[in-house]
Design a protein around this ligand. Sequence first.
Ligand code: SF4
Length: 344
Amino acid sequence: MEESREQRIGSALSGESAFRTRQAIEAIYSPFFRSWNEVTPLPKIVRDRLSESVPWNMLSVVIILPSASGDAWKALLETGDGNRIESVLMRNSRGQFTVCVSTQVGCAMNCAFCATGKLGLERNLSQDEIVDQVRALREFVSDSGLTGEITNIVLMGMGEPLANYEEVRGALRSFIGPMGIGTTRITVSTVGLLSGLERLISDHEWPPVRIAISLHAADEKTRAGIMPTTASGFFDGLVDWSQRYMDAFPEKRRHLTLEYLLLSDINDTEEDARKLVSLTRRIGKVRVNLIPYNVTDSGLVGSSGNAVHRFRDRLKAGGVTVTIRKSQGGDIAAACGQLAGKAD
Ligand code: SF4
């Protein structure tokens, strides 16, 4: 695991009081400062030392594109080693913002419907690179005169969060601690890496954020066709894990969501709905979020609006708690599955 910025601050200020170190760490996450020089509560000699050895930002903004509807923005950001990643800012009907952050440069999971999957994995993002996506978009909100605050974070951008476990856990702790985002307002979305899911169930340092499993099919053959990481026995493993997870954390805030992208003639038939109802009954208290598919160059076709509503009604009739996700940012290739580290 890469040395975090907080650790670098600790090293730069060794010999200073714990109070000074805490002040410096709080300054990084504060919306009021844009550089070490501006942190005037710190003595100049301390600011100079920090400027020399601790980068204020790990990312630079290449461009931030607005959607035509004015409720989503795609940020193309560059890491210090020249890799480009994307984050998405979305405004809800109450005027609050959600940021969708990336956790890796590219992704190794190769899901058939996803533009990021076509890139392959370049590298993991550090916890500071994950956190700085939210800091960059918070500055954008402030500089653009937009009203409202960033209240929600979803780890659903480029990459598989549980394949970058330690850095993601570090970023979650920064979001929740110094940045003050509530645990129930953060969602980690995973392809269902059972090794990572297993790990977090017994990890006392893993915060109580929401977990969303990208399911997208309720039988192994269909799922393996669109998500090649689907191993034999995946569904039995998922049911077993989910039950133990909910036994371990019965509080409502830790309950699970199954994400289900609807693809025409692949996973949207009556039989698919029946299988999904049966799976949710095996899992127990779980919510299903249906996602209309956004165009990529995958060759796959999203289910029609009618098919999406029909599928939802079948799940409802089967007693499943189900919602349909409103897609934002489709015109700027910022919606689910469209992120590919480019500006158009
Ligand atoms: S959907 Fe998520 S896990 Fe699958 S390839 Fe895309 S970024 Fe990776």
